[in-house]
Design a protein around this ligand. Structure first.
Ligand SMILES: *[C@@H]1O[C@H](CO)[C@@H](O)[C@H](O)[C@H]1NC(C)=O
Ligand SMILES: *[C@@H]1O[C@H](CO)[C@@H](O)[C@H](O)[C@H]1NC(C)=O
Ligand SMILES: *[C@@H]1O[C@H](CO)[C@@H](O)[C@H](O)[C@H]1NC(C)=O
Ligand SMILES: *[C@@H]1O[C@H](CO)[C@@H](O)[C@H](O)[C@H]1NC(C)=O
Length: 326
């Protein structure tokens, strides 16, 4: 039958994806339809990371090996925190979206709320995106990578969770009015996903306010874990809040190439000569200065339409300069 063919090729595919843990391979084999959404989600996350950081010294490259699912970013820095959170958000998002579209057999719309009345004149209806399913699968799959039970894996788990929560927190409510001639006597509302860049922006704010943590061995009275993360603040024994991003180590300055610390340096990066801000040559080139490349740009211009039927254009030229870090 069709499903056994799918299962068979999933078996082959799942054994070929590099860097999966045994648990991830098992999920991959039994949920071949979900693995497509999971893979797309991880890519969505990394693409958004590269967009957010395109003008920063660290531009979301040197993210580990080629594997989408491998361990990434060597140093436990706030950049690593962002990578984990945005990847986890990407998987949550993509799985939730695939559920709503009917692309995953075991999920669909979130019907738990359907029909429930809120404040008299509106009720839940339509297809609410099942973000809880997306969160559950993202957790099962991505958290299965963290087997070490050390400080770094706790950091990753925490940021994975913050990423999942970011999706949930940014869900939108859309409504439709029912009533005579456009009056809104009755409304039907449902939950829907925002654009993914909105989640990227949201996590960017969390990146800027990320909390430095230290791992401690021992037992907090409130938890059973043998190892826990603890925020370095004056108030003692403060566990980081679930929605915050956390990191263990300071970031390198990302000026010089040091692959062992996840920095590919900024030599050759395009910079903006007139900006004093992020992306400006001063900041991006770390004071090393920049090279100017001049070239002539040509394009079709002043196009006129003649009856009938051709278009006549001039060729325009302009000298342009681009700047690249020394
Ligand atoms: C890439 O993977 C290899 C083996 O899987 C590992 O030894 C190496 O440290 C990884 N590189 C990075 C940058 O994570
Ligand atoms: C998801 O479903 C749509 C139609 O419902 C289909 O066009 C698309 O190819 C599916 N995508 C995947 C990844 O299965
Ligand atoms: C990031 O910077 C490197 C140079 O350090 C460049 O090769 C790469 O294309 C950049 N990546 C993106 C996504 O802009
Ligand atoms: C360079 O920075 C200036 C000032 O921030 C901005 O107006 C301009 O659009 C930027 N140029 C490019 C090519 O990004």
């Amino acid at each position: 039958t069709m499903s056994s063919v799918v299962a068979f090729s999933a078996h082959i595919i799942c054994n070929k994806i590099p860097g999966l843990t045994a648990t991830q391979r098992r999920i991959c084999r039994v949920r071949p339809d979900a693995i497509v959404a999971i893979g797309n989600g991880a890519k969505l996350g990394i693409k958004e990371c590269q967009r957010q950081f395109q003008y920063h010294r660290w531009n979301c490259t040197a993210v580990g090996n080629d594997s989408v699912f491998g361990h990434v970013v060597v140093v436990g820095s706030r950049e690593a925190a962002y990578v984990y959170a945005i990847s986890s958000a990407g998987v949550t998002y993509s799985v939730t979206q695939a559920c709503s579209r009917g692309n995953i057999s075991r999920c669909g719309c979130d019907r738990t709320k359907a029909g429930m009345s809120l404040w008299g004149d509106w009720k839940w209806g339509g297809c609410s995106a099942d973000v809880r399913y997306g969160m559950r699968l993202a957790r099962r799959f991505l958290d299965a990578r963290e087997l070490e039970w050390d400080a770094r894996s706790l950091m990753n788990l925490h940021n994975n969770k913050a990423g999942r929560k970011a999706v949930k927190q940014n869900m939108l409510t859309e409504c439709k009015c029912h009533g005579v001639s456009g009056s809104c006597t009755m409304k039907t509302c449902w939950k829907t996903l925002p654009s993914f860049s909105q989640i990227g922006n949201f996590l960017m704010k969390r990146y800027h306010t990320a909390k430095k943590v230290t791992a401690f061995w021992g037992k907090l009275s409130s938890s059973k874990e043998p190892l826990y993360l603890h925020q370095q603040s004056k108030r003692h024994h403060r566990k980081p809040r679930p929605k915050d991003l956390v990191y263990l180590q300071p970031s390198p300055n990302y000026c010089d190439m040091d692959l062992s610390r996840g920095s590919s340096g900024t030599v050759g990066r395009r910079c903006n000569q007139t900006s004093n801000n992020i992306g400006g040559c001063d900041l991006l080139c770390c004071g090393r200065g920049y090279n100017t490349h001049q070239f002539t740009r040509t394009w079709q211009c002043n196009c006129k339409f003649h009856w009938c039927c051709f278009v006549n254009c001039n060729t325009c030229r302009a000298r342009t300069e681009i700047y690249a870090c020394k």
